[in-house]
Design a protein around this ligand. Sequence first.
Ligand code: SF4
Length: 513
Amino acid sequence: MNIGLLYSLEEHEQMATAANPKEFLPDPLSIHFGLSFIASALKKAGHNVRFLLVAPHTDLSEELTRFIGEFNPRMIGLTAVATQYPIISQIAEIVKKIDGSIYTVLGGVHAILQPALIEEDIFLDALCAGEGEVAVVSLADAVEKGVQPANIPNLWIRNSATNTIEKNGNDPFDPDLDAFPFIERKMWDPWIASKPITRQHVLIARGCPFKCTYCANHILAETQEGKQLRFRSPENVIAELRQIRLDYPDVESIYFEVETFGGNKSFATHFCKKLEEYNASLQKPIRYGINVAVTRNISKNSPEILDAMQRANFDFVNIGLESGSEKYRRDVLKRPEYTNEDLIYFSKMARERSINVSLYVLIGLPGETVEDFNQTVDCAKQCVPFACSLSKFFPYPGTRLYDIAKEQNVINAHVDTRLERRISVLNMKQFPAWRINYEYLMFHFRVFQGQIPFFIRATGVLRKLMGMYPLLNSLYMYFAHRTQIGLFLHRKSTRTQFTDAGAPIVPALEFRP
Ligand code: SF4
């Protein structure tokens, strides 16, 4: 059976232009893992699967009419987070108007958090309220046979004959991630702007044991029984790396998607050992990057883990600092417990092993003060990061921090989702929007003082200013990508060199998008 899977990008994420109308994704790291796993499960079950990507400028009726006319899908799968749902709901309606016999199913975080939405959204035939790989295959099976789908765990299913919704319970989390087929990256290639493809990312775990209040993970963890945090075996990951090298011989670096690397020392060192052995078999070793969970034990464990990472050829790590105010981080964000000192120590250990540190930081959090944010700047600066990703807080419905912002009555009446995380949607007396914007623009300028020349930091301020305006941002994305001339925020990741006195030497700067 032909099945379409639709992904709707938001304006700031997409790269498409009139000259290259299909190249929505800047690079392979922008592909959607959830849809990729669903596609692989359906293909393994014998179905023909095609992706369709749309962006805010897409003429939805025209594009869906073309897609349906050419491919004749009998089922269309949709995915959404909260901010994407309005457009996804509109897409389901258009699909039904073009061909009412096409079965529509919604999955993704928003469906899991708000399954009851199917009761109102009459253009959806089913909704996946948990992980979907097994459920969607059973669903496709029933749709192909032309029977009313029923009794499929993880699915809420509309029965139009009885005008009811069958609300099936969720199965426990599947403990064996190795059993899932590898995702088929080639399916995304027509949508990717950056060629040749030299980077890829690989998901090595699902779930997270933490309960950060700005993240929906704590709710997702409770939607299914069993252990939510699951890792793939290193052997299974290496098998996927081999496949990637076959499919993409130009690949030089791979980023591992995981929330908690480093929390389990024996897994981390074993995984690194396997990567080291794999790299030894290659003429040109692959460079790796990963998200590290800084926890209370990191100071104790970091030398051993970082030594193993260095031998495996990791050249960068991402770390969630989020707020440098230890009190705010502990009491409001409920981040894993670590002190700023732990983080600064870890960063120093990493730099000494030529592993670049990149920090994730939030600004404009509910109740955050200017003083809290100054502590964030200080902490980030002391980490001597290679890069920092700064986002303005966006209140995602369903998260605890959304509720806190609601209780504080600081969410603007009109929330513009077009530049989610680049514009502040909170109105707070102690940290007003103008001050958030100012601190947002100046953050990199301040953090990289002494590390990056004045002129380069100033261009970074300009780049962020453009990012706050949709039209300017699109123009920048277009020209930067086409000309390969960008501003300093995207320096090429190279191993940090040190002077004899141990001070980091600023890597050669490359002006690229
Ligand atoms: S560590 Fe990351 S995934 Fe886990 S709860 Fe916190 S923000 Fe969410």
